[in-house]
Structure formats: structure tokens, C-alpha cells
Design a protein around this ligand. Structure first.
Ligand code: FES
Length: 573
């Protein structure tokens, strides 16, 4: 049943006859609005993560105006609310430290102000989970508007993909195979329009997941940022969220265990970023749903990877859009999805994808002709990772997926940088590079250090992949036999802290195993000698972070944000 204007949340601010309501109305009029503009209308908060340094969102000031156009058309009252512009490129020590900050800010911006519904504007990696986590906890009608990928990179007639080609050509430069001049030319061509990274990195993965969860309008995740269809999508979000307020269609009506299973299936079919696992666990936790890492592995084993996109495949997001985009991909795997899940469109996922057309079967493969017969991510367990670790086998050299080799251990990223290219480093192509103290607390913020560089002397011998193990994450645009998210992390005394140079490590992706081949009594002795380091922060947001962040297998949310009784609406006095 449709809501009445008196039932709007914002009516508590604008609808009364008391002193405070006078203040709220007079201050709305201070902006030049008349009562006809806002009285009895859904107030739509447009949460905008624009900033000059969030370069993936450089078109968001225009897009916010286009969202407003839709809100006005549908009879709502739009207000733009800037929020923590978490960006992947410039924020240190790691933008992951600030995902929960954005989630808290989103939730409290919506709660503390007269907002009936929200359009969430994000796209750069952590913004998608951050905005959605906050909106799930606030639980008012909300639509996610993804920034859209940037155009393909271009250098010398060759297509360049964000991240993936940077790592690739950096190794070629270190091996002496490309010149400084060529490297500088690439800098001009790799990021040549607004929009997020256009490989199937974390940004494209998370926006696709938002669509599969039902939190975007159909087709929204694949439209390139600079395409005129993106502007029309922004306006459509504004129109639709006003209707959602009247329908009272909230995240809790959309997000179920089945919709999260759809999201995981999608993640596997697109060959999504390993980061998605952490974010999905955190998002589900906000919705009161417990996602075990084993569920990811189970879905991975039965889901073919059919998106032929870098870093696991060949093409880029612009090609994916022209091939039919995410809807066409979901249509290919419709037998693996819960099609009756509700989406923000007001229809079911099955209805949203029913008319999707596949225009290029090389970019979006069929399930009978996949890029890989199983999904893009595998979960490993063993005495080195009792709570799990993650690998993206589709982005690794197959010969390394079953491997035993001696460890070369670095106790910090700085130590690794100092030693990795040393000619005297005792390393060969069978070695296993191990990085410690790079997890949620040790990094801090679990930086994307997991794709450790190949030692220069091996690069020069033609080695391009090795087994690498850490409690860090890696960029969704990265590739290689990198075991990530080892949990519990070494900084807290997890088994990774006990590894020493020369120890044999066994990786068996088919068997889902990661083991340190050292006797238990020897490990017990090493544990006795292990000493914890002091926390990385003693004050400020960092202190809040180190006190409350959970481990990777639990989603790295703050413990107090996914537990406890529901927060009540603010009193207005
Ligand atoms: Fe923003 Fe990659 S830097 S998505």
C-alpha cells in the first residue's frame, strides 16, 4: 500500500506546527525554495562521493544534477549530500581503512537528516561497498548509481587496461624491454576519460555485484561513464527512487540469502576481484546474513567464468557493454540464479534480464564455451590459513596451481622493496615469496600489496609468475599465483608470522590446500618466541579502526556495526 505524505520520514522535520518545524521550513526556503517545492514530497538524499582527487568520479557533479532532474520529474525534493570520497589512487596507507568510515558516514547522513530515500553515487573500488553497507544499515529506500567504467586505454594503437597493463609493462620496463619514452607515452593514454577502472577489477566487480544484488536499475553497472546513456540512467535513478519511497521498498525487502548467492555466482561468472569476497561478507553481515567462505568455494566450483575480460581474459568493460553488458551475462547463467529475487526496479531479477541481448559471444561466452569451467576465485585452507585464504586461479600460470617450494620471507613491505631486486637474494622460480604484516591490522588496512614483484634477476630470465603468499589484498586488476587474505593475519600471530626462509610451503588449488610443511613441535617453539608489535595507531580514526576491525574472513567491518540492537530514529526537539 502506498505511503501518504504524512507518513514520510521527512514529515517529522517539515510537517509539524512547532518551533523546530518552523526552523526546518524557513531554512529550506533560505535556499530559494517555496513550500510547493518540498511540502509533502519525498526528500531524496543524493550521496555524492565526488572530489578532485577521486578522479574516477570526475563526472559526478554533472550526474548529481541529472539525478536531481529525475527526482523533480517524479515529484520529489532532491538534496545533494557530499560523503567521504574514498579513492583508490591517492588515499594512504590504504583506502580499505576508510571503507567503514564511508559506511558510517552514509548511514548517519541519512539518519540524522530529513531523508526519505537515497541515490548512492559511487564506483571507485571501496565506494560501492561503503555506500551500500551504510544504506543497508539505515534501511530506507535506496538505489545505487555506479560511476561507469572509463573508456579503453590507448597507446600506440594498442588497447591498455587499467592496472593490469600497468603491472605488465612495469615488469617489461624492469626487464629492460621497453624504454622510458614508451612508458611515459602510456601514462598519457591509460586513463583518458572519467569513470572507474575499465578492467574487471574491484570497481567493475563491485558495481556488477550491486546490480546482481538488485540494488541498481537493470543495466546500470556496465554503461561507460561518458556515454549519454549514463546520464539517462542517472535521471532514471532519480525518478525511480521517488516511487520507491511511496512503495516503501527498502534494502531489507531486496537483500536475502538468495540475492547474495546471486551476487557470488555473478562474481564467479565475471572472474571478479578477490576483494569482492571481503566486501560481500561485510555487506551480508549488515543485512543480518552470515556468508561463510566455503559458500564462495561451493558456488565457484559450479559456476563457469564466461566474461572474457582482463585480467583473466582479453577485453575491457567498454567491449562488455557493447556485447550486451551484465544483463546479457546474467541471462547466460540464468539457470544458476534465483530469478525471483526482487530488485529496486520493482520487478524480479528474472524479469529485469529477460529481454537482454547478447551481441558478441567472444566477449560474453556461453556456459558451453566458457573462459574457465569453474569460477574465478578459490578458497584455500590448511595450517598456514586456518580461517581461509583466497586465490584467483584464472589469473595465474596453471603450472603453479600445484606447487611446493621454499619460502623467501619479508617481514614488511619496506623490507621487501629493499631486498627484492638484490642480486644476492636467494631466490629462484620455484621459491615462494612470503610477505608478513600486511593484513587488516598489520598493513594497516590490508593494502593491495599481494602481487609481490618478481625479483629483477628472474624477470630478466623470462620468469613472469611465481607463488606469492600474504595477508594483504591485491588489486582486482592484478594477476599471478598470489595467495591473499591469509587469515588470521601475521600481525596478530597467525601462522604466517611463523614462516622462515627455506621452509617448504605446499599450494594445491585443486585440493584447496595451503600448508606450511614444518613439524608441529617446531612451530610450537617458534610461537613461544613470537612477540607482538604495538598497535599501528594510538589516537584518532586509526585507533578506532585497530580496536574494532575484524579479520578478512569476517569482512573487515567494525564489530559494532554488524551487531547490537537497531539504532532508533533521532528525537526532534
Ligand atoms: Fe578508481 Fe580503479 S582507481 S576504480
Amino acid at each position: 500500500m502506498k505511503k501518504t505524505p504524512e507518513e514520510l520520514r521527512s514529515a517529522r522535520w517539515f510537517g509539524g506546527e512547532d518551533l523546530r518545524s518552523f526552523g526546518h521550513r524557513s531554512r529550506a526556503k533560505q535556499m530559494g525554495y517555496a513550500a510547493e517545492d518540498f511540502a509533502g514530497k519525498p526528500v531524496i538524499g543524493i550521496i555524492n562521493t565526488w572530489s578532485d582527487l577521486t578522479t574516477c568520479h570526475s563526472h559526478f557533479r554533472t550526474r548529481a544534477d541529472e539525478v536531481k532532474r529525475g527526482v523533480w520529474q517524479a515529484g520529489g525534493f532532491p538534496v545533494e549530500l557530499p560523503a567521504m570520497p574514498v579513492n583508490e589512487t591517492f588515499m594512504k596507507p590504504s583506502p580499505m581503512m576508510y571503507r567503514n568510515f564511508l559506511a558510517m558516514e552514509t548511514e548517519e547522513l541519512l539518519r540524522s537528516q530529513p531523508i526519505d530515500g537515497a541515490v548512492l553515487m559511487g564506483g571507485c573500488d571501496k565506494t560501492t561497498p561503503g555506500l551500500l553497507m551504510g544504506a543497508i544499515s539505515m534501511n530506507i529506500p535506496a538505489i545505487y548509481l555506479p560511476a561507469g567504467p572509463m573508456l579503453r586505454g590507448n597507446w600506440n594503437g594498442q588497447v591498455l587496461g587499467s592496472g593490469s597493463d600497468v603491472w605488465k609493462y612495469w615488469d617489461e620496463k624492469r626487464a629492460g624491454r621497453i624504454t622510458d619514452c614508451e612508458w611515459n607515452e602510456m601514462e598519457d593514454g591509460i586513463a583518458r576519460s572519467p569513470g572507474h577502472c575499465m578492467t574487471m577489477g574491484t570497481a567493475s566487480t563491485m558495481t556488477s555485484i550491486a546490480e546482481a544484488l538488485g540494488m541498481t536499475l537493470p543495466g546500470a553497472a556496465s554503461i561507460p561513464a561518458v556515454d549519454a546513456n549514463h546520464s539517462r540512467m542517472a535521471t532514471a535513478c532519480g525518478r525511480r527512487v521517488v516511487e520507491m519511497v511511496w512503495e516503501d521498498l527498502k534494502p531489507s525487502d531486496i537483500l536475502t540469502h538468495e540475492s547474495f548467492r546471486n551476487a557470488i555466482t555473478t562474481d564467479m561468472a565475471i572472474g571478479g576481484s578477490t576483494n569482492a569476497i571481503i566486501h560481500l561478507v561485510a555487506l551480508a553481515g549488515r543485512a543480518g546474513i552470515n556468508l561463510d567462505l566455503k559458500e564462495f568455494d561451493e558456488i565457484s566450483q559450479r559456476t563457469p567464468m564466461i566474461a572474457n575480460l582482463r585480467p583473466s581474459g582479453q577485453y575491457l568493460m567498454e567491449d562488455f557493454y557493447y556485447a550486451g553488458g551484465l544483463r546479457a551475462l546474467l541471462n547466460q547463467i540464468r539457470d544458476l540464479l534465483h530469478l525471483d529475487c526482487q530488485t529496486v526496479s520493482g520487478a524480479t531479477l528474472g524479469e529485469d534480464i529477460a529481454r537482454a541481448r547478447l551481441c558478441n559471444p567472444e566477449v560474453i561466452r556461453s556456459v558451453d564455451h566458457p573462459v574457465s569451467v569453474s569460477g574465478g576465485t578459490a578458497i584455500l585452507y590448511g595450517n598456514l590459513a586456518p580461517d581461509g585464504a583466497v586465490i584467483k586461479p584464472t589469473a595465474a600460470e596453471p603450472r603453479l596451481l600445484t606447487h611446493v617450494g621454499p619460502a623467501v620471507v619479508f617481514s614488511s613491505y619496506n623490507e621487501m622493496l629493499e631486498r627484492i631486486d638484490d642480486d644476492d637474494l636467494d631466490v629462484d622460480e620455484n621459491s615462494v615469496l612470503v610477505l608478513q604484516n600486511a593484513g587488516p591490522l598489520g598493513g594497516p588496512g590490508m593494502p593491495e600489496w599481494g602481487m609481490l614483484p618478481i625479483p629483477k634477476k628472474l624477470l630478466q630470465r623470462g620468469v613472469r609468475d611465481m607463488v606469492r603468499i600474504s595477508d594483504a589484498r591485491m588489486s582486482g586488476t592484478s594477476y599471478g599465483a598470489c595467495v591473499l587474505h591469509v587469515s588470521p593475519e601475521s600481525f596478530t600471530g597467525g601462522p604466517l608470522a611463523l614462516v622462515r626462509n627455506g621452509d617448504l610451503i605446499e599450494l594445491n588449488v585443486t585440493g584447496r590446500k595451503l600448508n606450511l610443511l614444518v613439524a608441529d613441535n617446531e612451530l610450537a617453539q617458534r610461537r613461544e618466541l613470537w612477540k607482538p608489535q604495538p598497535p599501528r595507531y594510538q589516537r584518532g580514526f586509526g585507533a578506532l579502526y585497530v580496536e574494532h576491525v575484524t579479520q578478512a574472513h569476517l569482512g573487515c567491518d567494525f564489530d559494532f556495526l554488524h551487531t547490537g540492537a537497531e539504532t532508533s530514529e533521532p528525537e526532534i526537539h
